[in-house]
Design a protein around this ligand. Structure first.
Ligand SMILES: [Zn+2]
Length: 308
């Protein structure tokens, strides 16, 4: 076994996942626990480290912790703070999580939001190993995005760059959690797809999840098919605009909504090519993330430790 290990933590509103990962991106041990049982951040860190100490492979003693990487909602790489994360059980406001992690673990700790972590994971361990310019888009409850430009993730002046989900799409459109109206993620996400579907569906065919809309679309139910088409059209159009700014080599998609497969990919690619400037038409691949779905966030957190 490789001696050097990264501690990787994926902090989610429901579960916290903790893992040990090698430099080559192999997860050699992992566990999880319910985040809500630890509403105090210091208590949550102690619980996470307590879990790590139980890893059987540490019993041999032949290892070294190189650092700790944390992917979390609203986590800021520069400030080391989790700011106003609505789905976490911690007290609201700004939590200086990196300082707390370093104090308790004595390790070098890095944090970033989950979407940037996924992009870093794609670069170090996934389909973007040989690329310097690409987008990583996570289509879950919301729309997360990480943008790699000239070999580096784009953080901007304050760690807040690359938030494609909050670019405006529909003037005066749906209200977004960020305080704006008409953001991309209010349309292109599992919850956005549901809302779009419910705008067309008859009361008889109510769907309660994006998965159900998918199943209806596969059955040929036309409002469901239309909802997917609209979602893909909006995504493809916005990606074409983003491509005009950053000229990526490829765009990687991940997250629950991508389980709909070609229903989403084909229509998104078609919309992308119809809205892209001539130079980008049929040149930029829109493909599935090559990170294993269930471990993508953990590999992204580990990548924080291994990137230089
Ligand atoms: Zn927004």
């Amino acid at each position: 076994m490789e001696k050097d290990l990264a501690i990787a933590i994926d902090l989610g509103g429901t579960n916290t996942k903790v893992a040990l990962a090698t430099r080559s991106g192999k997860i050699v041990w992992k566990t999880d626990f319910a985040t809500a049982s630890f509403p105090d951040p210091e208590q949550w860190i102690r619980k996470s480290m307590g879990e790590v100490k139980k890893a059987p492979l540490l019993k041999k003693g032949d290892y070294r912790f190189v650092g700790l990487g944390l992917g979390a909602p609203n986590a800021n790489y520069y400030s080391g703070v989790i700011a106003h994360a609505p789905n976490l059980p911690f007290e609201k406001g700004e939590i200086p999580i990196r300082v707390l992690l370093e104090k308790i673990t004595g390790l070098d700790c890095k944090i970033t939001n989950d979407a940037n972590a996924s992009a870093l994971g794609e670069k170090l361990f996934g389909g973007a190993k040989a690329m310097n310019d690409f987008f990583s888009i996570t289509l879950g409850t919301g729309l997360g995005s990480g943008i790699f430009v000239q070999g580096k993730i784009l953080y901007g002046s304050d760690g807040m760059a690359g938030e494609m989900g909050h670019t405006n799409l529909v003037p005066d459109g749906r209200l977004c959690n960020c305080g704006k109206k008409g953001c991309l993620e209010t349309y292109v996400s599992a919850s956005g797809l549901m809302k779009t579907y419910l705008e067309f569906s008859e009361p008889k065919r109510t769907a309660h999840s994006a998965l159900q809309v998918y199943e209806l679309a596969v059955e040929g139910h036309s409002p469901a098919k239309k909802a997917f088409q609209i979602t893909a059209e909006l995504l493809g159009k916005q990606l074409a605009d983003m491509a005009a700014l950053f000229s990526p080599e490829a765009i990687f998609l991940s997250g629950g909504l991508t389980k709909s497969g070609s229903l989403l990919y084909d229509a998104t690619l078609k919309a992308f090519n119809s809205h892209a400037m001539k130079h980008h038409k049929n040149k930029i691949a829109i493909r599935a993330s090559e990170l294993p779905g269930q471990d993508a966030a953990l590999l992204g957190a580990a990548a924080l430790v291994w990137e230089e």
